[in-house]
Ligand binder design. Structure first.
Ligand code: B4P
Length: 202
């Protein structure tokens, strides 16, 4: 099994690059954001609970997303590997993921962390908000709240993987194809210590 974590702040391009990786590597794409939006669309109790938090740009509780990932992992025993997009976003989620994968006799191969300057992130998300229907992409204040959540709760997850020598960082600016080439190069390098040794900036 090959298991990858795509990491970075909102709007860095995790979802976009996950699609390229899924197409070429046959891995199962697990986006907690997409899973939560499916729950909202289905009108489930979980979706109702998540909606108000997501609309406010706040992370949903760890146990909710860990439960969703657990059920996806258990429901796909024949997968050749997973791309985790938007998960883990807290240290508690990272620890839970390690335990879940250990139960399956596998582990995370590496985290690819993407960086893009804050102003470009805001512009990308506002642009997507014009036609995505995502309420959390339409208001600059909510987008800034999401970036704050990332800095306060998620940036430390990079250090978690760095300490396991599984961390690689790439520049998320430029064309989608050029970024994908950087990801492929990072996956093909033997060393897993790429990055500047500091917390991922926003
Ligand atoms: P997500 O759906 O994961 O949203 P996101 O991190 O804000 O970014 P997303 O994945 O959509 O964007 P991408 O980087 O692909 O989460 C939404 C909410 O769900 C969270 O705020 C939280 O409340 C909740 N949630 C999700 N997971 C959770 C967890 N684990 N724990 C707790 N709560 C959780 O950005 C792509 C945009 O940039 C697109 O518009 C794309 O077209 C554009 N783009 C991509 N590459 C580009 C490039 N090279 N140049 C220009 N634009 C580019």
């Amino acid at each position: 099994m090959l298991n990858l974590v795509l990491f970075g702040p909102p709007g860095v391009g995790k979802g976009t690059q996950s699609q390229y990786l899924t197409r070429d590597m046959g891995l199962l794409h697990l986006s907690t954001g997409d899973l939560l939006r499916s729950e909202i669309a289905a009108g489930s109790a979980l979706g109702l609970e998540a909606k108000s938090l997501m609309d406010a740009g706040i992370l949903v509780p760890d146990e909710v997303v860990i439960g969703m990932i657990k059920s996806k992992l258990q429901g796909n025993p024949d997968a050749s590997g997973f791309i985790f997009d938007g998960f883990p976003r807290t240290i508690a989620q990272a620890e839970a993921l390690d335990n879940l994968l250990q139960d399956l006799g596998t582990s995370i191969h590496c985290m690819i962390s993407m960086t893009v300057p804050r102003q470009e992130l805001i512009e990308r998300l506002l642009l997507r908000g014009q036609d995505s229907g995502r309420t959390d992409d339409q208001d600059r204040g909510i987008i800034e709240q999401r970036l704050e959540e990332y800095l306060r709760k998620s940036a430390a997850v990079a250090d978690y993987y760095r300490s396991q020598h599984k961390f690689k960082e790439i520049d998320g600016r430029g064309s989608m194809d050029s970024i994908y080439l950087r990801i492929q190069a990072a996956l093909n390098t033997g060393s897993s210590s790429a990055g500047n040794g500091e917390s991922t900036p926003v």
